[in-house]
Design a binder for this molecule. Structure first.
Ligand code: NAP
Length: 296
């Protein structure tokens, strides 16, 4: 089969197409035709030809991922999805929407009518969360560093937009009244995020758009507000004990998309043979939303 391989550290020219052996069936795993039909699953968890979505479980990290015609994923990280959607839209759902849903409805326990701040809302993750939260009846305040992107976020249902800044809590009229924050900017604003929550309010730290530097001189006694919750979610736990994929309503999300109740359309779609251009766009921050590669 054809696969896209990162042959060495470096720039876009390190991404090359190679012929590699197809993954063999293995117990506890499903062999999947990427953006096609499930091929084989010796344990019988999925019938041959089932339409499935796979996420995490080491894909693309500790095991080969979806940059190929076929992949093999642990069955704990595979879910069947039968919605009638184009492959490009189906491919946009698993990682982004499963993670956004879990952050909103597990970590943040978001409820109708609550005020939610999404920091880093123009990111692909942020946009998915914004759509899910608006559909759930939350009032969303969305942040971006650029005023020109307010219109995009308002179109997706944001009640208001704010310019992302390190001291946002000092400029937010709703400070100390916010029910929940989905913080995708991360370590550089963790404490500022906590400062905008009401008593009992929750923050979910799930992105690091502002960088991975640790919080300098973190001293909870001096810096943390009382009575607020700081939680964390990393999608790498999907499929592990305590975080079964069945917890996430992926089928419902896909059904909502197919019925027109939820827009999962990626911002940019690339062909399999356009991988270098896809990575260039990603690294240049040009996509403003989810990017998907489909096989013809
Ligand atoms: N916890 C998890 O399981 C999980 C899963 C997936 C992704 N993530 C994380 O979530 C974040 C978003 O991922 P993504 O793939 O959706 O990103 P993405 O689509 O590539 O996000 C790009 C957007 O991030 C914003 N941004 C870039 N640098 C920023 C900065 N210094 N401060 C604030 N905003 C900045 C920009 O928005 P503006 O220019 O409009 O400000 C840009 O449009 C990443 O940190 C990623 O690692 C976490």
């Amino acid at each position: 089969m054809r696969a896209i391989v990162l042959e060495k550290f470096g720039g876009l020219d390190s991404l090359v197409y190679r012929d590699v052996p197809e993954p063999e069936p293995e117990l506890g795993h499903a062999v999947i035709e990427v953006k096609g039909f499930g091929k084989s699953c010796p344990g019988g968890e999925f019938p041959v030809g089932a339409k499935v979505a796979a996420l995490m479980g080491g894909l693309g990290r500790t095991i080969n991922g979806s940059y190929a015609e076929y992949t093999r994923a642990p069955v704990s990280n595979v879910a069947s999805i039968d919605a009638d959607l184009p492959w490009a839209e189906l491919a946009a759902i698993p990682e982004t929407f499963a993670t956004a849903w879990t952050c909103l409805f597990r970590n943040l326990d978001l409820a109708k009518g609550q005020v939610l701040v999404i920091r880093g809302a123009t990111s692909s993750f942020g946009q998915a969360a914004l759509k899910l939260a608006v559909n759930a009846g939350a009032r969303v305040i969305a942040t971006t560093r650029s005023r020109e992107r307010f219109a995009l976020l308002e179109k997706l249902g944001a009640a208001r937009c704010e310019i992302e800044r390190r001291d946002l809590s000092k400029h937010l009229p709703e400070a100390k009244q916010v029910d929940a924050v989905l913080d995708l900017v991360g370590n550089s604003v963790v404490l500022d995020t906590l400062a905008m929550l009401r008593r009992g309010g929750r923050s979910c730290l799930a992105g690091w758009l502002g960088g991975l530097d640790p919080i300098p001189d973190f001293n909870p006694l001096l810096q943390m507000p009382s009575g607020v919750y700081l939680t964390f979610f990393g999608s790498f736990v999907f499929g592990t004990p305590g975080f079964p994929l069945s917890d996430v309503p992926l089928r419902e999300i896909a059904a909502d998309a197919a019925a027109g109740r939820l827009d999962v359309k990626p911002a940019r779609v690339f062909r399999f043979d356009e991988i270098r251009e896809a990575h260039r766009v990603m690294e240049a921050n040009e996509a403003v939303g989810k990017m998907v590669v489909v096989r013809d």
